[in-house]
Design a protein around this ligand. Structure first.
Ligand code: IMP
Length: 183
């Protein structure tokens, strides 16, 4: 049987999975949706149903052209469940080794539920995957993502610099405009 463990933490899933028999397929909330939108809606709707409170959730994926859009919705567990961001980056650089096509995009979908209505806001930023990690700020794939037109990776930028151009900030700005128009 499939049993949903209501967490987004893949480390926890990796830890408890071996405690269950193979007949019970433990899946985390991040493994439920097949798209970023589905995942974002799922996260927001769980909160809305429980708390009856206006809320929003985001889901983000890195889509690499030479890998046919992978890791995409699987970005968090690209190197396997319970693996670290460094492991995900290592796998990505391995898959792209020797490949000159390094174009990619970061995509964020925000799902908001406001007064019982659901809204989606998307933010996309184009970039290239660097040959090696650069910088130690940020998180996730930031050390290898260099946005188009900029000389440095997200991990070499201050939070303010990243927020000026990132996928998530684009989606948030759309969400904010929507909220301002509504009130
Ligand atoms: P989620 O949206 O939290 O599920 O993120 C999916 C995966 O993408 C995780 O591995 C995150 O670490 C990574 N990720 C999400 N947003 C960013 C970002 O802004 N920069 C770098 N990696 C990110």
């Amino acid at each position: 049987m499939k049993l949903v463990f209501a967490t987004h933490n893949n480390h926890k899933v990796a830890e408890i999975k071996p405690l269950f028999p193979p007949s019970i397929n433990i899946v985390s909330l991040t493994e439920i949706g097949k798209t970023l939108s589905e995942n974002a809606i799922l996260k927001a709707s769980v909160i809305y149903k429980e708390l009856k409170c206006n809320c929003f959730a985001d889901d983000t994926g890195l889509e690499v052209d030479a890998l046919n859009g992978e890791p995409g919705v699987y970005s968090a567990r690209y190197a396997g469940e319970g693996k670290s961001a460094a492991d995900n980056i290592e796998k990505l650089l391995y898959e792209l080794k020797g490949n000159t096509n390094r174009t990619a995009k970061f995509k964020t979908v925000i799902a908001a539920i406001i007064d019982d209505e659901q809204f989606l806001f998307e933010g996309v930023v184009d970039g290239i995957i660097a040959e090696t990690t650069m910088g130690d700020k940020g998180f996730g794939y930031d050390p290898v993502f260099v946005p188009v037109g900029f000389p440095k990776s997200f991990a070499q930028m201050t939070l303010g610099e990243k927020n000026n151009l990132s996928h998530r900030s684009i989606a948030v700005k759309k969400f904010l405009r929507f909220l301002e128009e509504r009130v």
